[in-house]
Design a protein around this ligand. Structure first.
Ligand code: NAD
Ligand code: ZN
Length: 251
């Protein structure tokens, strides 16, 4: 990425009529939450893809809960970083219209974004595997196998597992936002998980420009209008200067 690319990203953001952000695990990596794919994304000998499924939970709920308690602990101690804060400042300024996220850490809301579409649920909620019980949590459950206070069935994290459908309302809203967007800031996602990964492609098809922020090549490399080959925090600090957003307000 050259200074000209940063200037071009800044110009696209400044001149946008309807800017949206599409984010993935990479935007939270510098908040200390590991990503799934790419370096540093491993947990023990298991692959997340083998743990984050309804079948894995049926087979070994204890193991799945152990993994989720560990992820919940990371998420509960994490704080928004300058990249989350940049998006909050852009929304405050009326430039950014919505954040569509695949993340389950809630860091966009904690940073101050109000218009957040969470496609994959939240690690700060649990739900019953049987009845309609759902609850916000402030810490990971202490029990090995937490149970529903209403019906006694197993509780599970309120996240979308591989093979499960995405929440319908959120998915519809996300595609609606993508159809309105003229610029999409794609930050920290491999784009590998569909249908979420299709959202930037759909926006592009409708005429939007894509700014792709990622230290590694991903699904949008070669399609994006600006390729920012760097970490989310470095990008946030650089574009903040171009946009005249005080770097201090990202601290
Ligand atoms: P992913 O793990 O597939 O990809 C992460 C991407 O982030 C990679 O392309 C990687 O190159 C990039 N990246 C790594 N460090 C970065 C940095 N400092 N700045 C910018 N980008 C960086 O993640 P995904 O695309 O979000 O999809 C995986 C699924 O995993 C999602 O459905 C999500 O629900 C879940 N997940 C969420 C969290 C979270 O909530 N923080 C963490 C891990 C996984
Ligand atoms: Zn129940």
């Amino acid at each position: 990425m050259t200074p000209r690319d940063i200037a071009e990203a800044g110009r696209l953001v400044r001149e946008s009529r309807y800017l949206i952000a599409f984010t993935g695990a990479g935007i939270s990596a510098e908040s200390g939450i590991p990503v799934f794919r790419g370096p540093g994304g491993l947990w023990r000998k298991y692959r997340p893809e083998d743990l984050a499924t309804p079948e894995a939970f049926k087979r070994n709920p204890r193991l799945v809960w152990e993994w989720y308690r560990w992820r919940m602990e990371l998420v509960f101690s994490a704080k928004p970083n300058p990249a989350h804060k940049l998006l909050a400042r852009l929304e405050e300024k009326g430039i950014l219209k919505a954040v569509i996220t695949q993340n389950v850490d809630c860091l966009h809301r904690i940073a101050g974004n109000r218009r957040v579409i969470e496609l994959h649920g939240s690690l700060r909620r649990v739900k019953c595997t049987r009845c309609a019980y759902k609850a916000e949590i402030r810490a990971p459950p202490k029990e090995d196998l937490p149970r529903c206070p209403i019906c006694g069935s197993l509780l599970r994290p309120d996240v979308v597992w591989f093979g499960e459908p995405l929440p319908e309302g959120e998915l519809r809203e996300a595609f609606l936002e993508a159809s309105k967007a003229d610029v999409v800031l794609v930050i920290g996602t491999s784009g590998a998980v569909d249908p979420a990964g299709l959202i930037p492609l759909y926006a592009k098809k409708q005429g939007a420009k894509l700014i792709n922020v990622n230290p590694e090549p991903n699904r949008y490399t070669g399609i994006a209008d600006v390729e920012a080959r760097m970490g989310a925090v470095e990008f946030a600090k650089k574009i903040a200067i171009v946009l005249g957003i005080g770097e201090a307000s990202l601290g």
